[in-house]
Design a protein around this ligand. Structure first.
Ligand code: DHB
Length: 527
């Protein structure tokens, strides 16, 4: 078929589908109906690879949006699916719907486009997913800085000036997951018109965006979100997903301070690199380091002491059915379990040198597997790990408390604010130790809506059946215990979990898209 006849064919298909959608819009007054005629055509190419797609951009997925900068979705569909074609063995009927978000730092995540990754990882996930034959739906969602201009920038964020100073702080918890769910419902509502299989939606995100992905995976169809969904005119219907891909999810916030001190207590110096947005839409890295004050250091053991009760209440079990618990001093089978994941990561890198070979641009300097004196290696096997030396090597990034700041100035404090109260505590500990007169504690209901773990623990029937969780072994944005709890609980509940702490990697995501897509491809039949 020549190019001209291809173009005519695709135009014909578009018109045919549009006729159907217009009819249905007329009879139902359905403003949330996909207009299949409202597309542009594009191709993306990178190093010789090219993919033609149809782009449906700027779709407002709720009837009563409160922030149209963010509550929009872009949908990209390989053109082949409008011509009865296949891409990578998938068809218009069977292609999974890749559903990435661009949330970082609990900030708003605008709908994204195929292009280059802002962190220099090459083509972004949307580009690669299209090339791989997935339908891509990129939903924008509100965040804690919706309504104000900010120079903050985080892993998972995209570039560009995305915040407008409306002064209306309409993106605070649980807005991001409410929007994500509304967009999922919109996709299901339009399933008959859009190529792709709505029963194979795969969420993806990094850091706070990884938490969002985990929340979508854990809270499918949970009725507690209904009032929030109704407020923005979301469609009714199911919002559960098939699979959740979570890179370094910054989640379980109300237990993250204790988990952090369980790992870093006794290590008082902190090292971090802040990202700051620049006027040209890019960002710069600003190194920042220090030592905890006497007051901060005194909080550390108090927070650490809270962690065993939390872990022991989870009822987690390890591979051999052993209870994963902690003694009052923080030692115990759960500590051994976390350590086993680190050793497994080291062993994998020792066997493959995968990150050293393929992700040297991302690996933390000095993390090369053969240069880690705290690992004892015999005959190619990692047989020992000096835990405290490992913790000193990866080093603390945040002073205590790491998340619920006593002065209410952490990103998470702002996330738990609302239109009227700028920031709140979300732990009893920091509320008690607050340095801000009259500081409020967020409602337990909202805190719970922001944490995937309790919904999995309480057997929500809408939990996604498939999960992939990655957290770099050198990622100190949250404690290594946090992703281990998530993955272990999922496995204990019988879900399909692919979990790893890739060796030497920092707080980052989308660095192994080939593996991610191979995992997705392995979850179901292609045709
Ligand atoms: C992110 C990183 C953090 O350290 C944090 O506390 C919250 C969010 C992020 O990169 O999204």
């Amino acid at each position: 078929m020549n190019l001209l006849s291809k173009a005519i064919l695709s135009a014909t298909v578009a018109l045919a589908l549009t006729a159907t959608s217009c009819q249905s819009a007329k009879f139902t007054g359905d403003t949330l109906r996909m207009d299949m005629n409202a597309y542009t055509e594009g191709t993306v190419s990178y190093k010789g690879s090219e993919i033609a797609y149809r782009a449906y951009e700027g779709i407002v997925y709720v009837a009563s949006p409160v922030d149209t900068d963010y509550q929009t979705m872009n949908i990209y569909i390989p053109s082949a699916y409008f011509e009865g074609g296949e891409v990578n063995g998938y068809t218009a009927k069977t292609a999974p719907i890749f559903f990435p978000n661009t949330v970082g730092g609990y900030m708003p995540g605008p709908a994204d486009q195929p292009g280059l990754d802002p962190h220099g990882k090459g083509p972004n996930s949307i580009f690669c997913a299209l090339e791989h034959g997935y339908v891509v739906a990129s939903a924008g969602v509100r965040g804690r800085t919706s309504g104000k201009v900010t120079t903050e920038f985080f892993e998972g964020s995209v570039g560009g000036t995305v915040s407008e100073a409306t002064g209306r702080m309409v993106g605070r918890a649980p807005a991001f997951i409410v929007d994500y769910k509304a967009a999922i419902r919109w996709l299901r509502h339009n399933a008959d018109a859009i190529p792709g299989d709505v029963e194979r939606i795969v969420t993806n995100g990094t850091s706070a965006g990884g938490a969002l992905s985990a929340l979508a995976g854990a809270t499918g169809n949970v009725g507690d979100f209904e009032p929030y969904l109704r407020e923005i005119g979301a469609l009714e219907g199911r919002d559960d997903v098939w699979a959740a891909s979570c890179y370094c999810p910054i989640h379980n916030l109300e237990h993250a301070d204790a988990a952090y001190e369980w790992l870093f207590c006794g290590h008082d110096d902190w090292h971090r690199t802040k990202h700051q947005r620049t006027d040209d839409g890019g960002f710069v890295r600003v190194p920042d380091e220090g030592v905890m004050s006497v007051e901060q250091a005194a909080l550390s053991p108090l927070l650490k002491a809270l962690f065993p009760a939390y872990v022991n209440g989870l009822g987690l079990v390890g591979e051999d059915g052993e209870a994963l618990t902690l003694e009052a001093d923080g030692t115990g089978s759960f500590a051994d379990w976390v350590r086993r994941w680190v050793v497994a990561s080291a062993q994998h890198e020792l066997d493959t040198h995968d990150n050293e070979r393929n992700r040297v641009w991302l690996q933390v300097a000095g993390s090369q597997i053969d240069a880690q004196g705290y690992l004892e290696v015999r005959d190619g096997r990692v047989v020992g790990l000096d835990w405290e030396a490992f913790v000193a090597k990866i080093s603390r990034m945040k002073a205590a408390p790491a998340f619920d700041a006593l002065d209410l100035r952490s990103p998470e404090n702002e996330e738990f604010g609302d239109e009227h109260v700028d920031a709140r505590h979300f732990t009893a500990f920091s509320t008690e130790h607050s340095t801000v007169a009259g500081a409020e504690l967020a409602s337990p209901e909202v805190v719970r809506l922001m944490n995937p773990v309790p919904w999995i623990a309480d057997d929500n029937p809408g939990v996604a059946p498939h999960w992939r969780v990655r957290h770099g072994s050198f990622d100190r944005d949250t404690s290594l215990a946090i992703p281990v709890i998530l993955a272990t609980m999922l496995a204990n509940k019988g879900f399909d979990v692919d979990f790893a702490l890739p060796w030497g990697l920092p707080h980052s995501g989308d660095y192994d898209l080939d593996e991610l897509f191979a995992w997705i491809d392995g979850l179901g039949e292609k045709s």
